[in-house]
Write a protein that binds this ligand. Structure first.
Ligand code: 8IG
Length: 271
């Protein structure tokens, strides 16, 4: 089966198991965002991704993958918890399969959230940044491989308006305190060297992370509008004085969680 058939089958399973005939919006929850997402309301169903075709299990201990369904202000919303990454040993196709699935299940608007490192010292831990554009440093693409089947767009996807200007304008009106930034997507899972952070800064990036870029490309290819929201969890290597500590990074996410939930609850009804 090609990746599109795989996503279409998973979408049928998701619709059947959730009882939601079609989604409007999907939110992929990055670390830190998952806890806050409770602010969106009580899910009407929870489907384990282990019961859906083509999904690989997250390798993060205690974090099974789930897709939660909710109705928020009349919109059918899918919350994807348990994102998978290249650094877990997954292919680009596996990384984007959840996004292809929720789009095949109807979602035309995709919110990609993440926790990341910040390059701008004035935007430290706890800052939320709207992704304006990205630099894909993963050296791969979800479009690699066989040409998409009949009925799908060309693999030579135009990424001029990858992070939807329309959705960014909506966010700017609703939450004018948020700044925007350029996300450099690395493979990880090691953090960058200070020289790599300097390279990313020279390339125009203001954020560094290990997710989001492949999902954004796959979503755009399928015609969805993409909104990217980053939580700065730490200043990138060499920007701050000390070394990076994974526990501190996680704690910064926890501390910001309630604010992230409130932000999602404010934005989702506008999409
Ligand atoms: I949280 O400093 C988090 N994720 N690449 N660099 C990269 N990913 C991250 C970082 C960081 N912090």
């Amino acid at each position: 089966m090609n990746p599109y058939q795989l996503a279409s089958r998973a979408a049928d399973e998701l619709r059947y198991m959730s009882g939601v005939s079609s989604y409007d919006v999907a939110v992929v929850l990055g670390s830190g965002w998952r806890e806050g997402a409770e602010a969106l309301g009580e899910p009407t169903s929870e489907v384990s991704t282990s019961s859906l075709t083509g999904f690989v299990a997250p390798t993060v201990a205690g974090h099974e993958g789930h897709i939660l369904s909710l109705n928020v202000a009349g919109r059918n919303v899918a919350l994807v918890a348990g994102r998978v990454h290249l650094y877990e040993g997954n292919s680009a196709s596996q990384v984007v399969h959840p996004v292809r699935t929720v789009i095949a299940a109807g979602a035309k608007k995709i919110v990609l959230t993440n926790a990341c490192g910040g390059i701008d010292p004035t935007k430290g831990p706890g800052t939320v940044v709207v992704i304006r554009d990205h630099v894909n440093l993963t050296a791969t693409s979800p479009m690699e491989g066989a040409s998409p089947p009949e009925g799908y767009g060309s693999r030579f996807v135009d990424l001029t308006d990858l992070y939807s200007a329309r959705l960014r304008a909506l966010v700017r009106d609703a939450a004018p305190q948020l700044s925007d930034g350029v996300y450099a997507g690395f493979r990880g899972p090691h953090y960058e060297t200070p020289a790599e952070v300097a390279m990313a800064r020279t390339m125009g990036a203001t954020l560094v992370g290990m997710s989001t870029v492949l999902e954004a490309i796959a979503a755009r290819h399928l015609g969805a509008e993409v909104l990217g929201l980053s939580l700065v969890s730490n200043l990138a290597a060499g920007v701050s004085s000390g070394p990076l500590n994974h526990l501190e990074v996680l704690e910064a996410g926890q501390a910001a969680a309630s604010g992230l939930g409130a932000l999602l609850a404010q934005l989702v009804p506008l999409l």
